[in-house]
Design a protein around this ligand. Structure first.
Ligand SMILES: C[S@@+](CC[C@H](N)C(=O)[O-])C[C@H]1O[C@@H](n2cnc3c(N)ncnc32)[C@H](O)[C@@H]1O
Length: 398
């Protein structure tokens, strides 16, 4: 078979598979072209706005770029690449797999094999997730090393990007339940490098068309300086970062109080600031839970063993997990005591981060404030686990 014929046969097999619905996937490898870092291309079928498309994922050393094309344009691209830029291609159909190899200076060859997959993937469930945080024309995402200059998410930043997007998805749903004047002043405690602070501001300003004042509070002066520089360069005039500790920050007037992964009792300081400001929304994703863990361990070491739980608490890993639940469970109760409806849920799959619990407290004017029954529940829970005080009790003046 001549080189021309092997490539023609491969193209024909591909076109037929697309036509008769037996197409599973296609990959192009052994790249011999001029683009730096390009490794391979992977093609699958997707349905976008009810139209069939072919989705190309181009893999580079440090990032992936996904682009979708209508079938004709896609076939043209594949034709142009076969035997030129890519010296190997694998077509998988439900009837057979077909490999094309076209080494430089040698005749192209086809190898037909039994199918590696006998069912075509369901297209209905194969749409890529629509992200709220779009990446094109967002210099701040590049400045924070989430994307490259062209707006493609860096491979090393995929998890962070998913987390940012999920966070904006959750926050946007909550913000839409508030009257605009109760979403005007936002404080993000322990803002760090500001990924989430920037994403929220950008989304509120440009997607929701709101004019929020967003403040990030952060210990580290270098991060504050960097974030203020990027905010100014992005023309985000309602976004500023302040250097200092959460406990010392004057959060008066805050409508929304956020603290994501602020360490240990810094989360309690942030919640207390939200309660004191009578914030409409308090959103925290706790980090480590040392204060309650130490209290539980100390109590047990002193011989206060709770017969019901001791079979768990003698194992360090269970104490750690139990301390997390007790810490956050008591936080939820204390928030309820101050008139908040509280939800605790998984923020993002633990495949992406183990710090994945989110506490969302919504000020509920109909709730009974300072209910002694809630205080009783708090006291009983503390006694059960040998805890003298929860840090948040003191921070919130309970
Ligand atoms: C793990 S990072 C999280 C950053 C960001 N919120 C995020 O989720 O991407 C926690 C940040 O909170 C800051 N931080 C911790 N305790 C703080 C406190 N008491 N006052 C101010 N900043 C604090 C740390 O310096 C760090 O930058």
């Amino acid at each position: 078979m001549t080189q021309e014929n092997a490539i023609d046969s491969f193209e024909n097999a591909l076109a037929r598979a697309l036509e008769d619905g037996s197409f599973v996937k296609l990959s192009l490898g052994h790249y011999a072209g001029a683009e730096d870092g390009l490794k391979s291309v992977h093609v699958k079928q997707v349905i976008i706005k009810r139209a069939p498309m072919l989705s190309f994922t181009t893999r580079y050393k440090t990032r992936d770029i996904v682009k979708n094309y209508p079938p004709d344009a896609a076939l043209e691209r594949i034709r142009a690449a076969l035997g030129h830029d890519f010296r190997q291609a694998l077509l998988c159909t439900t009837a057979f797999d077909l490999e094309l190899t076209a080494p430089q200076g040698k005749a192209a060859r086809l190898k037909k094999m039994p199918p590696s997959q006998r069912e075509a993937p369901s297209l209905a469930h194969d749409r890529s997730k629509t992200r709220l945080v779009t990446t094109e024309g967002k210099p701040w995402l590049h400045a924070l090393n989430i994307t490259d200059a062209g707006g493609s998410v860096l491979k090393s930043a995929q998890d962070k990007y998913r987390q940012i997007d999920k966070y904006v998805e959750i926050l946007s749903g909550l913000i839409k339940t508030l009257p605009p004047e109760r979403a005007a002043n936002i404080v993000d405690m322990g803002a760090g490098k500001g990924y989430l602070t920037f994403a929220l501001y950008d989304y509120m300003r440009h997607a929701l068309n709101l004019q929020p004042q967003v403040r990030g509070v952060e210990y580290r002066a270098d991060l504050v300086e960097l974030c203020n520089k990027i905010a100014a360069e992005s023309g985000f005039d309602g976004l500023r970062f302040a250097q200092g500790s959460i406990a010392d920050y004057d959060a008066g007037g805050a409508d929304i109080l956020i603290a994501l992964h602020a360490c240990d009792t810094a989360t309690d300081d942030a919640i207390a600031k939200g309660i004191a400001a009578d914030a409409a929304l308090i959103v925290v994703a706790p980090c480590c839970h040392k204060q309650i863990r130490r209290a539980m361990e100390k109590s047990r070491a002193q011989g206060n063993k709770n017969a019901d739980f001791d079979f768990l608490l003698r194992h360090g890993i269970f104490t750690e997990r139990q301390a997390e639940m007790v810490t956050d469970g008591l936080r939820a109760l204390i928030l309820e005591y101050f008139g908040y409806t509280v939800k605790v849920f998984e923020f993002i799959s633990d495949a992406h981060t183990p710090k994945n619990v989110m506490i969302v407290a919504t000020r509920n004017p109909k709730m009974k404030m300072r209910d002694p029954e809630v205080l009783g529940t708090i006291a009983a829970a503390k006694a059960r686990f040998g805890i003298d005080r929860h840090y948040l009790e003191d921070a919130a003046g309970l």
